[in-house]
Design a binder for this molecule. Structure first.
Ligand SMILES: CC(C)(COP(=O)(O)OP(=O)(O)OC[C@H]1O[C@@H](n2cnc3c(N)ncnc32)[C@H](O)[C@@H]1OP(=O)(O)O)[C@@H](O)C(=O)NCCC(=O)NCCS
Length: 193
């Protein structure tokens, strides 16, 4: 019997909220737009790459695209895959073996749409999938944004700080925060219900 996460690889999963859609379907991702985002200042941890390399990266990752779809309503799921109307507005990518380990990266919402709850929703969709992985030992992420991202991931994904260079003698924390959330595959966890 295959796990729900294996099913996602064959049959992409979607979530809808008003005029927005989150989908794990990598064929919907406009590669050139993503590369433009990688070049931007907000993607301070990335830079653009050759299209073939980016395409392979996307295909080898569990990706969550966030799209604006003006013709969509929660009641019309048949419109979700009409990608001519989809505007790519956000992204999250999981580097994972689909079983024991997952690294969350490239979390992004267009700056014009930030602060509306879309980032929280996007990461909640990621977390929903994480919860279905019975042998996942840990999910992990790095962030350089101590002030906003650390509390954000603590709140939305129940991530905990793992290794860090905390503030010393009144000076700001330096470097990246490493955050993890242990899961059902960790020895101290029980069986998934
Ligand atoms: C992080 C990000 C995806 C949040 O998306 P969003 O749509 O603005 O998120 P929401 O509207 O659901 O919630 C905003 C929350 O995100 C928090 N946040 C976390 N990181 C943030 C960031 N870099 N910039 C702005 N807000 C951020 C805010 O503090 C806010 O918390 P609050 O609800 O307690 O006030 C978005 O701000 C972004 O793309 N930032 C630039 C890229 C980035 O830094 N990604 C994260 C790398 S770890």
């Amino acid at each position: 019997m295959s796990s729900p996460i294996s099913e996602i690889r064959k049959q992409p999963k979607t979530w809808t909220k008003g005029e927005y859609l989150v989908s794990t379907d990598t064929s919907l991702i406009p590669i050139q737009t993503l590369n433009t985002w990688y070049a931007g200042e907000e993607f301070y941890w990335a830079k653009p790459m050759p299209e073939l390399a980016l395409r392979e990266t996307i295909q080898n990752s569990l990706c969550f695209g966030l799209y604006h779809n003006p013709i969509q309503s929660d009641k019309s799921p048949e419109n979700h895959t009409s990608n001519s109307t989809l505007e790519f507005v956000g992204f999250a990518r999981c580097v994972t073996d689909y079983t024991t380990f997952l690294f969350l990266t490239d979390v992004f919402v267009l700056s014009s749409l930030q602060g509306l709850g879309l980032g929280t929703w996007l990461v909640t969709c990621v977390q929903e999938v994480i919860e279905t992985m019975p042998y996942l030992r840990r999910s992990l992420l790095l962030t350089g944004d101590w002030k906003r991202s650390v509390p954000f991931y603590e709140k939305v994904m129940d991530m905990k700080l793992m290794l860090c260079n905390p503030p010393v003698d009144g000076k700001d924390a330096v470097g990246f925060a490493v955050m993890q959330r242990k899961s059902w595959g960790a020895p101290e966890f029980g069986e998934m219900p």
